[in-house]
Every structure is written in C-alpha cells, then in structure tokens.
Design a protein around this ligand. Sequence first.
Ligand SMILES: O=c1ccn([C@@H]2O[C@H](COP(=O)(O)O)[C@@H](O)[C@H]2O)c(=O)[nH]1
Length: 225
Amino acid sequence: MHHNPIYVALDLPRLDAAEALARKVKDHVGGIKLGLEFFCAHGHHGVHELAKVGLPIFLDLKLHDIPNTVAAAMQAIHVLQPSIVTIHAAGGRAMMEDAKAAAGENTKVVAVTVLTSLDDDDLTSIGVSANAHDQALRLADLAHSAGLDGIVCSGHEVGAIKKQWKDGFFVVPGLRLPDGSLGDQKRSVSPRMARDAGASVLVIGRPITRAEDPLAAARAIEGTL
Ligand SMILES: O=c1ccn([C@@H]2O[C@H](COP(=O)(O)O)[C@@H](O)[C@H]2O)c(=O)[nH]1
C-alpha cells in the first residue's frame, strides 16, 4: 500500500468537531495538521485528544521570534511528539539552527518560505523586491544551509526547489481541485500537480473540512493522486 501524502488541516474552532472530522476521514489521509487556530484554542490538551485518532500530528505553529524564544517553544512542544513542526525562514539562519537543535529527533522541522496567500504584489508591499518564486527559492536555500529537514512552499515552486535540494522534505499547502474556491490562497495548484512536482506532504483544509460531505471529498482528492 502506498503512503498517503495528504495531511488534513483541521482549522476548526471546536475540539469535538475537529475530532469527529478526523475520525471520519482518517482512512483517506496520511496525517492531521493542527495550526494556530486549533493550538491557541485547545493547546496541549487538544493535541493529545487528536493524537488518539492514531495518525501522525503536524503542528503548524509557524514559529518566528528571536532564536532563544523559538528554541524554548520547540522544547515546550517536544512532549507532544509532533511528526512535523513549522517555523518561518524569515526568522533567519540562527533562529532556524537553534529551532532544529531544540527539536526532538523524530520531528521534522520545516521552514515556511513565502506564504501561499501572498503574491508578487504583496511582497512588494512589504518591501521584498524579489518575486514570490525567487524569494521562495532563496529562503529554501537558507533553510537547507541551516540544517532544516525541509520547507513549506507553493506547488509553483516545489519543482525548482527540489532540483537544488534533492532529499528535502517539501510541504505544499494552498491546494485546490480545478473547480475549487481559492478563498485567501493566491499561489495554488491541484494536489496532483503538487505531488508530481515533488511535494512530500499535501496540506488540504477547507476543500475537505468545508465540503458538504468531508469523507467523500477526502476520498475524491485521494483518488486524484
Ligand atoms: O504558506 C502556507 C503555510 C501554511 N498554510 C496552512 O495550510 C492550510 C491550508 O488550508 P486551506 O483551507 O486548504 O486553504 C491552513 O491551515 C494554513 O494555515 C497555508 O495555507 N499556506
């Protein structure tokens, strides 16, 4: 049986609803992604509850602070034994090195390059002169040299990044089926395109969680891979 690369993003305000959804789709996804919304509302307790579903847990906390603070936060979540944790590459080399050193040995530390909700104009507006593609490649290179396991990027960049970092671990969110609503995502591709370009993990939230029938949606997306 092949490994399922889909991590369902449970961006739901209620713990019972998140748990029910996870149990519903668990045979059609490979892991559970818990982000800021979930962690701020339910903390360690919520993570322990979702871990009972029996799938790997990805903590998408996007840590971004001074190196000492990020390392301490990594140590504080060690007990939760996440399979993947995110930090922001824009925090710089020292922050990434210290985060990796503080993480458990079974945890992959991956750095967000350019959020999939940003396009070239958004980067210009925050003073970044490179376009999203070049900026993602630049930050991927920095994360690689800082000793991280991989990065988060859009499906548009993952192929080019993989050419430079052959054994990297690549997390791709912002995925939509061709007829799907983008919402706040700006650099989106289909799950199949991302996988074919070299994604290790496909993060899928609303196309499953907001579907009328989340089980059918998860099954349909799995069927496109
Ligand atoms: O660049 C990034 C980094 C993280 N995310 C997260 O992925 C999911 C996507 O959810 P959808 O509902 O499928 O859009 C969400 O939890 C984000 O926080 C991202 O979208 N882009």
